[in-house]
Design a protein around this ligand. Structure first.
Ligand code: ARG
Length: 458
């Protein structure tokens, strides 16, 4: 196919270079955005009198026909075309003749590609936010079922303090809530139309940028034409927001993998959400969580690709920027793949509450409560800490727990110990006494649940 820019060239582009230069296999997914953008542009050219009404009508009707033919499968996108913009324009011209050649008046592929990518990305952001909210919903449901499921909380992956399963997973709900707000934040900055920036320096035609921006649902226009064509911050911001979502899913995956191991056995993954080994008949592997953790790497890679691609580019458009879409789309596709399957994995797994409770019984996770008991009897915290440390060391030696130690033994360390120490170190009480805001007591967790519910209703 002859190139639209063939005018100043004496030779045809070599096939190899054509393949190298082409981005159609990547950007063809933006065909609907490209056509919508062109319809808005042509309508504006008609309204401002730059094009005759009859030509505008032919272009708009022709574009609608191309759109519906691509959608129905009647028109196949030519994989040898340079990009989706060239393909649509060439197809239009093939169908309507001369009028088709007027579409690109007062426009460049530079503002066109920025427009298409923004239009595509804006829709994707909504979809990612929706899927993230669905995952929050799944976590919320689990949290509601496990408000009283005692679990061991960790720091340094060492047993630390008693919590509940609800408290633990609500931490993830909070991370994901921040993710949703990050997505809508980047949408606010992204939502300005670059159309009309043209190649880089606007145009001598009296175009109406506000009109096309409004027709396409933007909040306004990019204020500077050079910025309009050379900005890719919106891709980077989204890839960064996605990387953070994936980082959260990856941390959660890591815990699922640990909890599903024989060493922990806090949960049992559903058979439909785990896989076997080709050689070891006993295996039930947490492949979904592992793959989500693994795929996090590619979203980081995509973010670094975008940042590195942009780091030394002079203004305005450079062909390097064609590489943006592969990274951006990969990152969008990856997070959209991971969010729903992760959610399904969580909602189908069995929480083994008894194992969690049993594990919480050992490891002296109520030692802080023992020290707090003495502190409340006027022993300075550091002294109470030391006494409790000595008691723990003693218990380890004689294989006892803080709950099974005799009162006489307690008294050997500090005479202030009374019978109520057993209440103080009882795991359930340890959790219930943690009533500070955001803590694991039933009341505090219920308040947290309300906050998540309010967020989801927004
Ligand atoms: N396929 C190109 C891209 O994705 C479209 C813009 C081309 N602009 C140009 N001046 N060659 O970036």
């Amino acid at each position: 196919m002859e190139k639209m820019w063939a005018g100043r060239f004496k030779k045809e582009l070599s096939e190899k270079v054509n393949d190298f230069n082409s981005s159609i296999t990547v950007d063809s997914r933006m065909y609907a955005e490209d056509i919508k953008g062109s319809i808005a542009h042509a309508t504006m050219l008609g309204a401002t009198g730059i094009l005759k009404a009859s030509d505008t009508d032919k272009i708009v009707d022709g574009l609608f026909a191309v759109l519906s033919d691509i959608e129905s499968g009647a028109l196949e996108i030519d994989s040898t075309a340079e990009d989706i913009h060239m393909f649509v324009e060439a197809e239009l011209t093939k169908r309507i003749g001369e009028a088709g050649k007027m579409l690109h008046t007062a426009r460049s592929r530079n503002d066109q590609v920025a427009l298409d990518t923004k239009l595509y990305t804006l829709v994707q952001i909504d979809e990612i936010a929706f899927l993230t909210k669905e995952l929050i919903e799944t976590i919320l449901k689990l949290a509601k079922e496990h408000k009283s499921t005692i679990m061991c909380g960790y720091t340094h992956l060492q047993k630390a303090q008693p919590i509940t399963f609800a408290e633990h997973i609500l931490a993830y709900a909070n991370m994901l809530m921040r993710d949703v707000t990050r997505l809508s934040d980047c949408k606010v900055r992204m939502n300005l139309s670059p159309l009309g920036s043209c190649a880089l320096a606007g145009t001598t035609y009296c175009i109406d940028r506000q009109m096309t921006a409004k027709a396409l649902g933007f909040d306004g226009v990019v204020a500077n034409s050079i910025d309009g064509v050379s900005d890719r911050d919106y891709c980077i911001e989204l890839a960064s927001a996605i990387s953070i979502i994936m980082m959260h899913l990856s941390r959660f995956s890591e815990e699922i993998i640990l909890w599903n191991s024989w060493e922990f056995k806090y949960i049992e993954l559903d058979d439909a959400y785990a896989t076997g080994s080709s050689i070891m008949p006993q295996k039930k592997n947490p492949d979904i969580a592992e793959l989500v953790r693994g795929k996090t790497a590619r979203t980081y890679g995509d973010l670094i690709t975008l940042l590195t691609m942009m780091k030394a580019l002079p203004l305005a458009y450079n062909k390097d920027m064609q590489e943006d879409k592969e990274a951006l789309f990969d990152s969008i596709d990856t997070v959209k793949l991971c969010l729903p399957i992760f959610s399904d994995m969580l909602s189908t797994m069995t929480v083994l509450s008894e194992n969690m409770a049993k594990s919480a019984e050992c490891g002296f996770i109520n030692a802080t409560d023992c020290a707090d008991y003495l502190t409340k009897k006027s022993v300075p915290f550091r002294t109470a800490y030391k006494i409790t440390g000595n008691i723990v060391a003693y218990c380890i030696d004689i294989k006892k727990t803080l709950n099974s130690l005799d009162l006489e033994e307690y008294k050997q360390f500090e005479s202030l110990f009374e019978n109520d120490i057993y209440e103080a170190v009882d795991m359930k009480n340890c959790v219930e006494k943690r009533t500070s805001e955001g803590a694991p007591s039933l009341k505090s967790v219920e308040k947290q649940i309300e906050l998540v519910e309010a967020f989801l209703q927004k």
